[in-house]
Design a protein around this ligand. Structure first.
Ligand SMILES: O=C(O)c1cc(=O)[nH]c(=O)n1[C@@H]1O[C@H](COP(=O)(O)O)[C@@H](O)[C@H]1O
Length: 247
């Protein structure tokens, strides 16, 4: 039996970490017309383009993950999610560290806006964080895995649809969410195909490893954005995923 038996095929999400709308459009123009990859618009591009361009991406048929990593008081997050709900995006991030009331407010706002299909996912410990940073700088004791597992349980308790974590923690976050009666999704950044530099990421995995560990979504930025042929790099990762599912 494969590690991913019973799951749908893991989906690649391209992190459009680019500075301007022109840069993003030029990147998208390199793709075959019929291809509509799942796109992540994060802070860099969202602050540069604004919400109208994101809404247009949706109108053009792209699945969109809006990665704003909301983290504020419950009242503010409630109203932020209400504003985002109008854009029709498929996924939105918030920080689990904001607490259960903040996450529950987000869920309530999504429901009140009729944005039932927008998946709310909680960022656990960033994949750029290692144990030393977490223990000595942030002041959270224990292993990163302990913390991520605990955060996944809190996200499920608050009614989120899943979490963002590294590939290393996927089995434990799924278990933690299941214990809270949620079949939650695992969205996994920090993906590095063999031979690609880790850059600022600390908890990295290859696409094959992440899939074998049960990841539902693989978030890939620089490995595709910096490739000489981004479409080819994306297709190679897709092949890696298919291969990993056969093992
Ligand atoms: O929420 C995210 O998407 C995210 C969470 C996390 O823990 N780590 C992380 O890298 N990300 C995002 O995933 C992308 C990873 O980019 P690359 O490291 O270039 O593949 C970036 O857009 C990050 O903002």
């Amino acid at each position: 039996m494969t590690a991913s038996t019973g799951q749908s095929v893991p989906t690649i999400i391209i992190a459009l970490d680019l500075p301007t709308q022109d840069a993003a459009e030029s990147f998208l123009s390199r793709w075959p017309r019929e291809k509509r990859p799942f796109l992540k618009v994060g802070m860099q591009l969202f602050y540069a383009t604004g919400p109208a361009w994101v809404a247009r991406l949706k109108e053009r048929g792209y699945p969109v993950f809006l990665d704003l990593k909301l983290h504020d008081i419950p009242h503010t997050v409630y109203h932020a999610v209400k504003s985002v709900a109008n854009l029709g995006v498929d996924m939105l991030t918030l920080h689990v560290g904001g607490g259960v009331s903040m996450m529950a407010a987000a869920r309530e706002a999504a429901e009140a806006s009729g944005a039932g299909t927008m998946r709310l996912v909680g960022v656990t410990q960033l994949t750029s964080t290692d144990r030393r940073t977490m223990n000595e700088e942030i002041g959270i004791p224990g292993t990163v895995g302990d913390c991520v597992r605990r955060y996944a349980g809190l996200a499920a308790q608050a009614g989120l649809h899943g979490v963002v974590c590294s590939g290393w923690e996927v089995p434990m976050v799924k278990q933690a969410m299941r214990e809270a009666s949620v079949e939650g999704i695992a969205v996994v950044p920090g993906i590095r195909p063999q031979g690609v530099a880790s850059d600022d990421q600390k908890r990295v995995m290859t696409p094959e490893q992440a899939v074998q560990n049960g990841a539902d979504y693989l978030v890939v930025g620089r490995a595709v954005l910096r490739a000489d042929d981004p479409v080819r790099a994306y297709e190679q990762i897709q092949q890696d995923i298919t291969k990993a599912r056969r093992i």
